[in-house]
Design a protein around this ligand. Structure first.
Ligand code: NAD
Ligand code: UDP
Ligand code: UDP
Length: 327
């Protein structure tokens, strides 16, 4: 692996859940960070603690518009990740993935710099291969309610590989599986944050369908470690590489664990299953293990209490309604 010297890293989506942890890590490693975000789902609260850090800059900008700045590396994370948010304005979601990718790739091309793409397990759609390996092409509905995200991310991968093939751009494409942890937005809509906030506020836990669908949950620190390692690999490593925790749980199991850990008396409320909701998801991380010398260290049993502690503290200090951002 290359050594990882001090660099100016552009992080798009840096005020979001994963992006803010990545900014923290890069600053801790001694780098300069330019955080570019339009604050659609990210918040200033996520990066407020970095305000006085002289190596940290924030730029309010929408990546669907061109951006002319100087940097040494780009980590492209800008894109709403929760189904309720990426479905709010699906056209903007596709634009963010596709126009956003074109702009950051154009920027990387002009500067001749390395660029990372936060792709997703959603490129596999509702998978017919289990666990998912990188050579699986996926099972994606091109015209459904998730398509703006899934197809946008698939097209972004295509753009990354075409810039790599056509102009020799150095790319790193990671397919990220469900990740959770502190700084998820309390109204984010994703299952881990929903269940925790519902349990802590005594509201019913909303289970879509019978709760037998599965997901594999990765703690955010493990993901950030993998991203940093991937960025430091030789240029021959382009990905795609799956990044996630292979522990697989049903949604019903997750609800039970959250109830047990919070001691909540919340009931379970069944809601209809959204269309195209993937039935099973688990990453095969063999390639990540071999290429990055990485595997997740934080189990769900360790990560959930840390996340619960974060939300408990947040709700005590500010109350659910008082937290700014997506509702
Ligand atoms: P998030 O919604 O918390 O963060 C996304 C960030 O991008 C937010 O700060 C948002 O304001 C910003 N953003 C959205 N559209 C933008 C635009 N047009 N211009 C500039 N900024 C914009 O989500 P997250 O969980 O932190 O996800 C970060 C990235 O990782 C996303 O690209 C997502 O697709 C990918 N990912 C995340 C997961 C996960 O489980 N967290 C899984 C797979 C992939
Ligand atoms: N771009 C940008 N910043 C740069 C260079 C390019 O935002 O520093 C954008 C610009 O909008 C451009 C796109 O990236 O249209 C793609 O750039 P590329 O050089 O690949 O193509 P072209 O300029 O021919 O459209
Ligand atoms: N889900 C649920 N209740 C919720 C939110 C989500 O049962 O309040 C389900 C959802 O239908 C899906 C799984 O939990 O089957 C994971 O959903 P999430 O939105 O977190 O992520 P994604 O579907 O993108 O993996």
């Amino acid at each position: 692996m290359d050594d990882y010297r001090t660099k100016r890293v552009l992080v798009t989506g840096g005020a979001g859940f994963v992006g803010s942890h990545l900014c923290d890590r890069l600053i801790r490693d001694g780098h300069e960070v330019i955080c570019v975000d339009n604050f659609f789902t990210g918040t200033r609260a996520n990066i407020a603690h970095l305000r006085d850090e002289y190596r940290f800059e924030v730029l309010r900008h929408d990546v669907t518009h061109p951006l002319y700045i100087e940097a040494d590396e780009i980590m492209n994370l800008a894109c709403p990740a929760s189904p309720i948010h990426y479905q709010t304005d699906p056209v903007q979601t596709t634009k963010t993935s596709v126009h956003g990718a074109i702009n950051v790739l154009g920027l990387a091309k002009r500067l001749g710099i390395k660029i990372f793409q936060a792709s997703t397990s959603e490129v596999y759609g509702d998978p017919q291969v289990h666990p998912q390996t990188e050579d699986y092409w996926g099972h994606v509905n091109p015209v459904g309610i998730r398509s703006c995200y899934d197809e946008g991310k698939r097209c972004a991968e295509t753009l990354f590989f075409d810039y790599h093939r056509q102009v020799g751009l150095r790319i790193k494409v990671a397919r990220i599986f469900n990740t959770y942890g502190p700084r998820m937005h309390p109204n984010d809509g994703r299952v881990v944050s929903n269940f925790i906030v519902q349990a802590l506020t005594g509201e019913p836990l909303t289970i879509h369908g019978d709760g037998s669908q599965t997901r594999s949950f990765c703690y955010v620190d493990d993901l950030v470690e993998a991203m940093v390692r991937m960025m430091a690999t030789p240029d021959s490593v382009t990905g795609p590489i799956n990044l996630g925790n292979p522990g697989e749980f049903t949604i019903a199991e997750l609800a039970e664990r959250v109830l047990a850990l919070t001691g909540s008396k919340s009931e379970l409320r069944r809601l209809p299953r959204p269309s195209d909701d993937p039935g099973r998801r688990r990453p095969d991380i063999g390639l990540a293990k071999r290429t990055l010398g990485w595997e997740p260290r934080v189990s769900l049993a360790e990560g959930l209490p840390r996340t619960i502690e974060y939300f408990d503290d947040l709700l005590r200090r500010r109350g659910r309604a008082a937290v700014p951002g997506p509702a």
